[in-house]
Design a protein around this ligand. Structure first.
Ligand SMILES: [Fe+2]
Ligand SMILES: [Fe+2]
Length: 427
């Protein structure tokens, strides 16, 4: 291709360039002085001079989160084909068609209908109406939380530094959006009433949204997502909920993000230990206790002892908080011991033949892959309760024998192929 230059006035071009240079010097000079006072021309944190966002390129963060998220990006059309999503690329569709055989349009529509009906049949065959409602009650708390995770991550996008940090956060916004819309449709297939937000969850999530700046990382990525991660790790083994393994992978990256981010941009000692901030974190954490208690009956219907689950979650969340640098007013071990004492007191008052138990040593996550994800991403087994390759981690992958803390048989001899049958009702 031949490019023919247009004749223009060289002098006019030089004058335009000189004017731009002069205005640039004035505006940038003004910004240097006025921006720290909040009155500069620039309000964004984009650093055009270095062709990056303030904080630098942040390639390590970009690789650990943005690149990895794209590599692991999953599509609802493929993993939950009973839903109405059409999010596969042409190449992905081609691969699926190869797997399905050559189908014309009418056949595909029919297949979609059959899959949707088949899915509902699978749910009805696998669960009693009470169990279906319990699953919806538990997962809807996470679905509501996903809506807040979407809002909070979009908000955090304006606070994180570096190009890598922003790209990591952008992937989280995208994934939270996907989690909310996919989980919403997944739960609607249960044909059960989808409850409003538990009031304790409402208070917590509204408070997280209200937190300032990167303190939101504690409320959302450590506390709320730590809880969501455990619920996905616990529920993904249930029939028809296998897609939750994909959610579990995504959430593991989200919970690891603050640790990776503060590696590049460390919190100051004051930010970590500020007594006011530390107290606020504890206050943010406390409503999680009545929130979980409200779900005790639903967990029991699914053969899961709420306190085993709560102990497992709290141990992981507090350990993660400590590792990231979000200090609490009391040491991690002391808080866990106090909470364990409260749990045991509650159980001794409400359950027959309760014997003291270390609920904080329980493992709620099920499945070798899910446990491995949590081990590698969070290095949680560095904690006081577990070590890599410890017997508990291995034991936890066996069919669960939950519900035994009160001397109630967990029905271990039940059919392993039907996980719900292996869970005993506590009440
Ligand atoms: Fe999520
Ligand atoms: Fe998340």
């Amino acid at each position: 291709m031949k490019i023919r230059q247009v004749n223009v006035s060289r002098t006019a071009c030089e004058i335009n360039a000189a004017v731009e240079e002069a205005v640039n010097a004035i505006v940038r000079g003004y910004d240097r002085v006025a921006r720290p006072l909040g009155i500069g021309v620039r309000s964004s944190n984009y650093d055009d001079v270095n062709f990056s966002f303030e904080g630098g390129a942040g390639d390590r963060l970009r690789k650990a989160h943005y690149d990895k998220s794209l590599r692991l990006l999953w599509k609802a059309e493929q993993h939950a084909s009973q839903t109405g999503f059409r999010d596969c690329s042409a190449d992905e569709l081609l691969l699926m068609q190869l797997a399905d055989g050559a189908l014309h349009k009418a056949e595909k529509t029919e297949l979609k209908r059959v899959r949707s009906d088949e899915y509902k049949t699978l749910l009805n065959k696998s669960y009693t109406p009470k169990q279906k409602q319990a699953i919806v009650n538990i997962l809807s708390t996470i679905a509501h939380g996903e809506a807040y995770a979407w809002m909070v991550s979009a908000d955090l996008l304006g606070h994180v530094k570096s190009t890598g940090g922003r790209s990591a956060m952008t992937m989280q916004v995208l994934e939270e959006a996907k989690h909310f819309v996919v989980l919403r449709e997944l739960l609607q297939a249960f044909d059960c009433e989808i409850p409003r937000m538990n009031i304790w969850e409402y208070i917590t999530l509204e408070n997280v949204l209200r937190q300032s700046g990167l303190e939101k990382f504690f409320g959302m990525n450590v506390l709320v997502e730590g809880l969501a991660l455990s619920i996905f790790g616990t529920m993904a083994s249930f029939p028809g909920l296998e897609v939750l393994r994909m959610f579990h992978l995504d959430e593991s990256r989200h919970t690891a993000l603050p640790h990776n981010y503060f590696h590049d941009f460390p919190m100051s000692t004051w930010e970590q230990y500020n007594p006011l901030a530390a107290t606020q974190r504890l206050l943010l954490l406390l409503p999680a206790i009545p929130f979980l208690l409200r779900l005790e009956g639903d967990f029991a219907v699914l053969g899961i002892d709420l306190f085993d689950f709560a102990g497992s979650v709290l141990r992981k969340v507090l350990h993660l908080s400590e590792r990231v640098g979000f200090r609490l007013p009391l040491p991690e071990g002391l808080i866990l011991r106090q909470l364990n004492a409260v749990f045991n007191l509650y159980c001794s008052l409400t359950r027959k033949n309760h014997r003291f138990k270390d609920f904080m040593a329980a493992e709620a996550t099920v499945g070798e892959a899910e446990l491995a994800v949590e081990r590698t991403v969070f290095q949680l087994l560095e904690g006081t309760h577990e070590r890599p390759g410890s017997g508990r981690a291995k034991r936890a992958v066996k069919p669960r024998a939950r519900g035994r803390s009160n001397g109630v048989s967990a029905g271990e001899s039940a059919d392993v192929a039907s996980p719900i049958a292996a869970r005993a009702e506590l009440h």
